[in-house]
Design a protein around this ligand. Structure first.
Ligand code: NAD
Length: 373
């Protein structure tokens, strides 16, 4: 016989407000207007070097600032702990905002630290790469890497304000800028035919970093991502999974390249491989597949990257796919694009997916190397 028990069940609704501001030379104005000038600033060392003005600007405005290593190697538990140590030393309390000026790597790490310190302090993102503006600063996924695998330790924790200052885009190295465009393309490919068409038509202006075009691309991407996140904030309802398009294959090759491939480059390659897989399965028509490959090639995301990186070893690739967080038992939950702007969630036997996508990956590598000038 079962023991009896008493229970009480309720649902806690956590309303989260987001504000995304896009423009040039807007940081001081927006921080003061929104009342975050009592915050503590974290600035990536690469940004402090490429954009020294930000150090003076934040120094004049905020209580304390510090400069922290950035880039993928900084995405470690130790970095998160060093940020917590700094907050503690400076006497930060539960109400002290953390203002993070960084690309996606340090941005994810500092946001993770903000989620842990005193169980969570207010967070403002000032993303400095295009990828961080359109993707990593939005949606509340924070994480550090662990044992060579991506994003194993992390939390869901949202910023209340995101300030996208286009001054940062000007100093992005060409390869970093282009790799960021993979996530912008992802929104069009998976969720909006209109945005996809706009990206085709405005390619030249975007690649020349025209401010008005970038503003439109950043705001559209932010709106698309927030509309998904607001329906499924913790990726439990089969909606937010769409944002992982290209990421199952992408994360595996990104880790196995020892991060020589930038995140966006790996995702671009992952989107092509996953689209080819869907095409072979009869789930994506060949015309749409060609459109996906063409837009990635036209934006030249993989051009400078592919020669630097070897095709991963098959066993290691399969192992990396089997360890993916999206795995559920012997299946993997994968967003499949059915046509541009239309997708569905599939549960696919993971081992078979890993074996077959490896073959596609090898062929795609050979094609891309053949395309090199
Ligand atoms: N949390 C999420 O939802 C999410 C989404 C997508 C990606 N990510 C993560 O984002 C990370 C990649 O971030 P990233 O592509 O922004 O790169 P990054 O943060 O690793 O930065 C790359 C390099 O660019 C330099 N840099 C940054 N801004 C600069 C600027 N304005 N001018 C000159 N140099 C600049 C940095 O110093 C660094 O050396 C990955 O770890 C990925 O997992 C997270």
């Amino acid at each position: 016989m079962r023991n009896s028990y008493d229970a009480y069940e309720t649902e806690i609704v956590d309303k989260i407000k987001y504000k995304v501001v896009v423009g040039s030379n807007i940081i001081k104005h927006v921080i003061e207007e929104e009342g975050y000038d009592n915050g503590i600033g974290i600035i990536g060392n690469g940004i402090a070097k490429s954009n020294p003005w930000i150090v003076n600007e934040l120094n004049e405005m905020l209580k304390d600032i510090t400069i922290v290593d950035d880039g993928e190697n900084a995405k470690r538990l130790e970095t998160a702990l060093s940020i917590i140590e700094f907050l503690w030393k400076k006497g930060a309390d539960r109400w002290t905002p953390l203002i993070v000026v960084a690309g996606g790597s340090l941005g994810d790490t500092a946001a993770f630290a903000a989620s842990l310190y005193m169980r969570g302090i207010p967070l403002v993102h000032i993303p400095t790469t295009l990828l961080a503006m359109v993707d990593s600063s939005i949606g509340g996924k924070t994480a550090v890497n662990w044992k060579g695998y991506k994003n194993i330790i992390g939390s869901f924790y949202h910023p209340s304000l995101i300030i996208d200052d286009l001054r940062f885009v000007k100093t992005l190295p060409e390869r970093v800028f282009r790799s960021s465009l993979a996530e912008v393309l992802k929104y069009g490919i998976t969720l909006s035919r209109d945005f996809f068409n706009w990206l085709k038509e405005n390619r030249s202006a975007i690649m020349k970093r025209n401010e008005d075009s970038l503003k439109y691309a950043i705001l559209s991407s932010s709106k698309i991502k927030l509309s998904v996140v607001s329906k499924d904030p913790k990726e439990r309802k089969g909606i937010r999974e769409v944002l992982n398009y290209g990421h199952t294959v992408g994360h595996a090759i990104e880790s196995l390249s020892n991060y020589k491939l930038y995140h966006g480059e790996a995702i671009a390659l992952g989107m092509i491989v996953e689209a080819k897989y869907a095409n072979l399965e009869g789930l994506l028509d060949t015309k749409s597949l060609e459109e996906i490959i063409k837009i990635v090639n036209d934006y030249k995301i993989l051009r400078d990257a592919i020669n630097d990186v070897e095709l991963p070893n098959e066993e290691e690739y399969i192992e990396a796919i089997l360890r993916d967080k999206k795995r559920k038992g012997d299946k993997i939950r994968l967003p499949i694009v059915r046509e541009i702007g239309v997708w569905e969630l599939a549960e696919i036997p993971v081992y078979d997916f890993a074996r077959r996508t490896y073959k596609i990956l090898r062929e795609t590598y050979e094609e891309l190397i053949g395309l090199q000038p």
